[in-house]
Design a protein around this ligand. Sequence first.
Ligand code: SAH
Length: 376
Amino acid sequence: MAAPRRGKPPRHWLDLGRDERRDAVRELGLPAFRADQISRHVFEHLDLDPSGWTDLPAADRGRVAEAFLPSLLTSVRPLSCDGGTTLKTLWRLFDGSLIESVLMRYGVPGIRSSGSGRNRATLCISSQAGCGMACPFCATGQGGLQRNLSAAEILAQVVAGARALRDGEIPGGPGRVNNIVFMGMGEPMANFKAIMATIRTLTAPAPHGLGISARGITVSTVGLVPRINQLAEVGIPVTLAVSLHAPDDELRDELCPINTRWNVAELVDAAHRYFRLTKRRVSIEYALIRDVNDSVERAELLADVLRRDGGHGWVHVNLIPLNPTPGSKWTASRRRDEAAFVAALERRGVAVTVRDTRGREIDGACGQLAASVAAE
Ligand code: SAH
């Protein structure tokens, strides 16, 4: 049996807001200006190891490291594919929990599998160890929830990804993270406080944060309606992605059990309200599962369900070919069914794209890498 997982992760500089950082350095007996100095190392230089911070007295470096920069993530297994432009890392947390993050670089000249278009990088991060939402097609959902991640554990994934890009570890030359998606393990809306702290620090301009545009951040949810409403009211214009996967309650009850609490109509209403308040187009995620949710009838029903104010201008449907999890009875749709589904949506004026399937050979789908290592 696995060792019991107890307690909270140690406090870290990345957990703190701007005011808290000043208080924290004072508590350590350091002058308040040290706070900005530490933040510059952390957020501008992406350096979480004070031993080389020569602008800090040598005697203070150890204290700062111990008080504010405990090691949170240990890389267990990095895996790459797509010519090195997709990098997935399995991380071990202080209590042995496993999480994963995936860095995807697009538009790298000379690497066809990185796709065409602009050179940009997306980082997919985890918000919980495990997940309590129990969607039966998702590898993470099968293992249940271990615990929420702290803001620092979430942000540390970003710092690591940003550092790998900056240091030229990903083909395509030194770069930066353009997009952050909360599409790794976990249900971000079930860890709302940490997510909000994370978003604040991601978007705060340097040296107080990572200076990433809110528009480049996507929060993906299975549909915790009250939290969607709360996020809409906070007014930070992040993109909302809603994992719908079925347009009717009967099927969605099965694919996303949380639907028995907040149904399709309530969820789509909340998503549309999010659009009205933030003016951000909402993404609807829909994993295409062969002979389960991929009929033309369901595509038509999906278009009906998403119609608001007479049209679909507020929404974009993102179809994800199902990545079958080990032992699952489900698999991806046939090419012709996928094409018919897309055509049916387009006929009704719904903007739709089919997500590329990067990282498939490295257990790219949610939770698969962590599940396969935990089983070893
Ligand atoms: N809890 C959040 C984030 C989950 S992961 C949410 O539900 O939105 C991001 C997306 O991957 C979700 O849309 C999720 O439903 C989808 N997903 C999970 N397992 C998958 C699989 N095996 N194949 C395709 N998509 C999957």
